[in-house]
Design a protein around this ligand. Structure first.
Ligand code: BGC
Length: 469
């Protein structure tokens, strides 16, 4: 086998041309045509318009939410902060010290969030978070003083201020009753105040994309767009307040970070024209059905399942592995990490990882089966990357910056070998002539939250100065 570049369109070549034709035909709904790409572009632009409008004619699937962060780090950040990061199966508590705008010390602890906390009553979840904070403070000898805290809460929220975040809906692997419609900061504060050993002031609640943008700006002042490509998927960008009709008269700031919540793009049906039966199957088996359409097309929580569903169809149709389905009916039997491993085989011209993945799900295979397995991993990844690159192109065009650094964090971007190179190529095609670079903003959701707490303090000081003058 010859090595293939990650930026080339996946190609299928089998020893049996008739089989090749049948497989390609079966999988063709996963290949986005030029027309479909154009339509995705138009629909996204329209959903953005509706999401920013004062009186939209219908509800947008994009939240386009205010983050209440109008400024980025300016180099004056000093002192100690705590940060929390909740969004996946690991909760993190982080301590940082900042000196003249730079991180001078950082300590992080991870706590596994068991499924009974992710799915049980909300109050239990927040009490669990407070327990973890207390354990961290005690273990690290940080007791006896007040901490300002930034809380990364990686779920869709409606913010009323920098320290009020009302949960709109759970996503990914969380579904705790009693939190939707409530302020996550209040719930955290209640849990903290129940204990007598914590002295913490929650200064800011933010989404992980917001943290990533703030962290991106810490690394490079030209950063104006950030995204998470991980278990979930979302983006935020800097918008001119004068273009946000729904806030007119409510904000004096000139710019604001807007949390798009693009994972929900298409929840109102506007993206159904690219939805396949496999996407429907993934959605049906997910924890929160009929939500987060765009995210389910390719994010890390779902890509492995999408892959498994497609192989299940191919085997059932007798187009692969002698028509035997092995363990393919088991939800979760193939992970997104396996899809990444298969893709790296493709780019190295190897078959070893691909064989291992198929063996793990008890599939017998010949060489044609392995090529089909690689082709499927290629086309679903290619489709996801095309979708996210289309949106990125639109945002770069909208912001019209001389140069825009795009801060990105998340396991898909870090570990899936096709993401970065293909995004670079496709974004250049979708936003021709725009200067940009993709920058890994490692730990935006942790350090970014600490930076947000520092920005919140600065904004408060500015406000009290203005009020006293
Ligand atoms: C959440 C977003 C978050 C994204 C990445 C999505 O499921 O709704 O708020 O930014 O995951 O973690």
């Amino acid at each position: 086998m010859t090595a293939v570049s990650p930026t080339t369109r996946p190609k299928l070549t089998l020893s049996n041309p008739e089989l090749e034709r049948k497989v390609m035909e079966c999988l063709s709904p996963l290949v986005l045509t030029e027309d479909q790409q154009q339509k995705v572009r138009e629909v996204f632009l329209d959903e953005m318009r509706l999401g920013l409008a004062a009186n939209p004619e219908r509800t947008s699937s994009l939240l386009m939410e205010n983050t209440f962060i109008p400024e980025l780090p300016d180099g004056t950040e000093n002192g100690e902060y705590l940060a929390l990061d909740l969004g996946g199966t690991h909760f993190r508590v982080i301590y940082v010290r900042m000196k003249n705008g730079r991180f001078s010390e950082e300590v992080v602890d991870y706590f596994h969030v068991p499924s009974e906390k992710r799915l049980g009553p909300g109050q239990d979840l927040f009490e669990f978070l407070a327990d973890c904070i207390a354990e961290f403070v005690q273990k690290r000898n940080l007791g006896g003083r007040n901490f300002q805290l930034g809380f990364t809460f990686s779920f869709p929220m409606t913010q009323k201020s920098l320290d009020v975040g009302i949960l709109v809906s759970w996503t990914k692997s969380f579904n705790c009753p009693g939190v939707v419609g409530e302020d996550a900061v209040k719930m955290l504060n209640d849990a903290i105040h129940k204990r007598k050993d914590l002295d913490i002031t929650v200064k800011a609640i933010l989404n992980d994309t917001t943290g990533t943008l703030v962290m991106g700006a810490y690394m490079d002042k030209r950063c104006a767009l950030a995204m998470i490509l991980g278990t979930g998927c979302n983006g935020c960008y800097i918008e001119k307040v004068e273009r946000i009709e729904k806030w007119l008269g409510k904000h004096l700031e000139s710019e604001m970070i807007v949390d798009i919540e693009w994972g929900a793009f298409g929840d109102n049906g506007v993206l159904d024209f690219i939805k396949t039966d496999w996407d429907r199957a993934v959605d049906d088996q997910s924890l929160l059905v009929h939500s987060y359409t765009f995210e389910k097309y390719f994010a890390g929580k779902y890509l492995g399942d999408l892959y498994r569903e497609i192989l299940l169809t191919l085997t059932k149709k007798g187009l692969m592995c002698g028509g035997k389905i092995g363990n393919l009916h088991t939800h979760g039997a193939i992970t997104t990490t396996s899809v990444s491993r298969i893709e790296s085989d493709t780019f190295k011209g190897l078959l070893e990882e691909t064989k291992m993945v198929l063996n793990d799900v008890k599939l017998n295979h010949d060489d044609d089966d392995l090529h089909i397995a690689q082709y499927v991993a290629g086309i679903i990844s290619y489709r996801g990357i095309t979708l996210v690159s289309l949106i990125t192109g639109i945002l770069l065009e909208r912001m019209q910056r001389n140069h825009c650094t795009v801060a990105i964090d998340g396991s898909l971007f870090k570990h899936h070998p096709r993401f970065r190179p293909l995004m670079e190529k496709l974004i250049s095609e979708f936003a021709p002539g725009r200067s940009f670079d993709l920058r890994l903003a490692h730990d935006g959701s942790g350090k970014g939250a600490a930076l947000a707490a520092a920005i919140a303090e600065r904004l408060e000081q500015k406000r009290s100065l203005t009020n006293s003058n």
